[in-house]
Design a protein around this ligand. Sequence first.
Ligand SMILES: Nc1ncnc2c1ncn2[C@@H]1O[C@H](COP(=O)(O)OP(=O)(O)OP(=O)(O)O)[C@@H](O)[C@H]1O
Ligand SMILES: O=c1ccn([C@@H]2O[C@H](COP(=O)(O)O)[C@@H](O)[C@H]2O)c(=O)[nH]1
Ligand SMILES: [Mg+2]
Length: 181
Amino acid sequence: MGTAEATRSLADLNPTVVFVLGGPGSGKGTQCANIVQHFGFTHLSAGDLLRAERNSGSENGTMISNMIKEGQIVPAEVTIKLLERAMLESGNDKFLIDGFPRNEENRAAFEAVTKIVPSFVLFFDCSEEEMEMRLLSRNQGREDDNVETIRKRFKVDAGRPIEEVFESVKGIFSPKNEKAD
Ligand SMILES: Nc1ncnc2c1ncn2[C@@H]1O[C@H](COP(=O)(O)OP(=O)(O)OP(=O)(O)O)[C@@H](O)[C@H]1O
Ligand SMILES: O=c1ccn([C@@H]2O[C@H](COP(=O)(O)O)[C@@H](O)[C@H]2O)c(=O)[nH]1
Ligand SMILES: [Mg+2]
């Protein structure tokens, strides 16, 4: 199904969407499973959809694999297509979108393409120390559950020089917020 057709059908569905965010290992997937049981939502983990796409032998497989190994963000259009397809295939109209959007560009692209405005954002706050401990004992065979990749996945490493930290901080703010010279 093409994006335009998928978008028309999604608009007809007028779904309820909640973005579930938080650092790696903060417990998004764990709590989403509870919400599914109690409230009848469909849980869509962007990371799980990307891993399934990589494993399917898709033309984007190598790119997705490399991005996941490096803790980098896959281009929004790839992830959004996977989310659209999963929403339409689910037969439900209530979704927990876990681990997406990763940044302001992801959020804007999702809203522009799907015309869906999320009902709210559920954010799980957890210390990096606790998240790292949980990920290292998760035992689900994920190749990014290792110290090197985990530290790349933590968003802003403030232990680096001022200019480098600010490069990361800038990425959190949308370009439209940037002060003109
Ligand atoms: N509140 C908690 N206390 C202790 N352990 C927890 C808690 N919540 C989740 N865990 C455990 O921490 C690990 C990571 O949880 P989970 O997979 O839900 O995190 P996540 O936010 O989805 O991570 P990722 O972004 O890497 O997919 C799992 O082994 C889970 O059982
Ligand atoms: O919207 C997304 C979500 C995930 N990724 C990539 O996948 C890994 C793992 O994500 P989890 O949410 O921890 O399962 C993440 O580090 C990214 O590399 C993405 O690119 N875009
Ligand atoms: Mg998860």
